[in-house]
Write a protein that binds this ligand. Structure first.
Ligand code: ADP
Length: 398
C-alpha cells in the first residue's frame, strides 16, 4: 500500500510517499513559505531529478493540492490517481496524556488533539491544519496520527513529575512529556535487531543529536526517561535551545536586560544552545568542529560543554535503568559526527566502552562502533521517522 507521510509545520510541509510492502520511498518533497510570498514546492520522484516549482500557496490546502498534483502528474508523478494512495500518516507533535500510541484519525481524535494545542501552540495547530486539508482533498482515505510524545508515555511518575505544586499537574497537566518519540522508538528497536537481540531484553540509551536533541532511556523496549520535558526546551544543549538551566535565570535576565518573559523565551529557544554558547559563531556542528580544530576558544568551549551534558545524561540514565547494554547515536550530528561521538564516549570509560576508530568513521548505515571487547555496545543507527510513521499507519489501516 502507498502511504503518504505528512509532516506539517506552520509555514512548511514535508512529505514522502512510501510503499509499505517494499518500504521504498517513491517520491518525497517539501513545500516552503506556505502563506508567505515566494512559496515553492520541491518535489523529487525516486530516481528522478529534483523539480522546484515556485507558485503561490496561500494556505496548507493549496500546498497539499499541489503535492497531490505532483504525485499524480502524467510525466513526473509516481501514481496514476489518488486511489493508489491507501492512507495518510500525519506526524503530530503533542499528544499530551491522551495518546500513548498512534491512532486512526476520527472527529473525536481531532478534538482530543485540539485539546493538546495549549501544550504545543506552535506545532499542533499546524499539524491539525494538515489533517483538515487532507480530509478535504481525500475524504475517503484513512488517516493516522503518529505522536512525537507517545513513545514516552510509559515513563513512570517519578520520571515525569516536576518538583512543583501538584495542583499545576492536576489543573494544567504540567509534567514532562518528551519528544522525538518516533525516532527513539525506531532507533532502539533497530539497535536490538542489529545486535541480534530482543529489545525486551535490553537496556538502551538513545542519543538523538540533531538541531533539536534529546536522550532517552529505553528499558525492555519501553521508554523510562527522556531529556525533553513539557516542551522541547529541556535537557541537552541544542542548536539554538538552551536545554536545562536554573529557572531563576529567566527572572534575573528579565530584570537585567529589561526584557519580557516572551523575549527571554525567544532567547532560550532561538539564540541559545551551541549558537549562543559559541558567541554567535554557528548552530551547525560542522562549523563548531572547524573552530575547535583551529584551537579557537568558542569552538572548544562549545563542543566540550555540549559533549559533557550528553555524557551526564547517559550517566543519569545508566543509573535510572541500573545499567546499560547499548548506547545509540542518531540524527544529523549523531549520525555524521565521529569527533563529537568520540568526545562523548571519552567520558564513559566506567562503562567499559572502547570505540573502533574505523567503524566510528563509517556513514549512512547501521553500524556498531564499539570494539568487540567493549563491555557496553555503541551503535550509530540512522533514524527514519517517515518510515516509522508509514509502518504505524499501515499497521492501523490494514
Ligand atoms: P533537525 O532535524 O533537528 O533539524 P538534523 O537531525 O537534520 O536536525 O541535524 C542537523 C544538524 O546535524 C546540523 O545542525 C549539523 O550541526 C549536524 N550535522 C550534519 N552533518 C554533520 C557532519 N557531517 N558533521 C557534524 N555535524 C553534522
Amino acid at each position: 500500500m502507498n502511504i503518504l507521510v505528512i509532516n506539517c509545520g506552520s509555514s512548511s510541509l514535508k512529505f514522502q510517499l512510501i510503499d509499505s510492502e517494499s518500504e521504498k520511498v517513491s517520491a518525497k518533497g517539501l513545500c516552503e513559505r506556505i502563506g508567505i510570498e515566494g512559496s515553492q514546492l520541491v518535489y523529487t520522484p525516486a530516481g528522478g531529478e529534483k523539480i522546484t516549482t515556485v507558485t503561490p500557496m496561500p494556505d496548507h490546502t493549496q500546498a497539499i493540492k499541489l503535492v497531490l498534483q505532483a504525485l499524480t502528474d502524467g510525466k513526473t508523478g509516481v501514481v496514476k490517481s489518488l486511489d493508489e494512495i491507501g492512507a495518510v500518516g500525519h506526524r503530530i507533535v503533542h499528544g499530551g496524556e491522551k495518546f500513548a500510541a498512534s491512532t486512526l484519525i476520527t472527529d473525536e481524535v481531532i478534538q482530543a488533539i485540539e485539546e493538546c494545542n495549549e501544550l504545543a501552540p506552535l506545532h499542533n495547530p499546524a499539524n491539525l491544519i494538515g489533517i483538515a486539508a487532507c480530509r478535504e482533498l481525500m475524504p475517503a482515505t484513512p488517516m493516522v496520527g503518529v505522536f512525537d510524545t507517545a513513545f514516552h508515555q510509559t515513563m513512570p511518575e517519578e520520571a515525569y513529575m516536576y518538583g512543583l505544586p501538584y495542583e499545576y499537574y492536576q489543573k494544567y497537566k504540567v509534567r514532562r512529556y518528551g519528544f522525538h518519540g518516533t525516532s527513539h522508538s525506531y532507533v532502539s528497536h533497530r539497535a536490538a535487531e542489529v545486535l541480534g537481540q530482543k529489545c525486551e531484553d535490553l537496556k538502551i540509551i538513545v542519543c538523538h543529536l540533531g538541531n533539536g536533541a534529546s536522550v532517552s532511556a529505553v528499558k525492555n523496549g519501553k521508554c523510562v526517561d527522556t531529556s525533553m520535558g513539557l516542551t522541547p526546551l529541556e535537557g541537552l544543549i541544542m542548536g539554538t535551545r538552551s536545554g536545562d538551566i536554573d529557572p531563576a535565570i529567566i527572572e534575573f535576565l528579565a530584570h537585567k536586560e529589561r526584557k519580557s518573559i516572551d523575549d527571554i523565551m525567544k532567547v532560550l529557544n532561538k539564540e541559545s544552545g551551541v549558537l549562543g554558547l559559541s558567541d554567535g559563531l554557528s548552530s551547525d556542528f560542522r562549523d563548531l568542529e572547524d573552530s575547535y580544530h583551529k584551537g579557537e576558544e568558542a569552538g572548544v568551549r562549545t563542543l566540550k560543554t555540549f559533549a559533557y551534558r550528553v555524557a551526564k545524561y547517559i550517566g543519569a540514565y545508566t543509573a535510572a535503568m541500573n545499567g546499560v547494554d547499548a548506547i545509540c547515536f542518531t540524527a544529523g550530528l549523531g549520525e555524521n559526527g565521529p569527533f563529537v561521538r568520540n568526545m562523548i564516549c571519552g567520558y564513559l570509560g566506567y562503562l567499559g566502552i572502547s570505540l573502533d576508530e574505523e567503524a566510528n568513521c563509517k556513514r549512512g548505515e547501521d553500524v556498531v562502533i564499539s570494539t568487540a571487547g567493549s563491555q557496553t555496545k555503541v551503535l550509530v543507527i540512522p533514524t527514519n521517522e517517515e518510515l516509522a510513521i508509514a509502518r504505524e499507519t499501515a499497521a492501523l489501516v490494514k
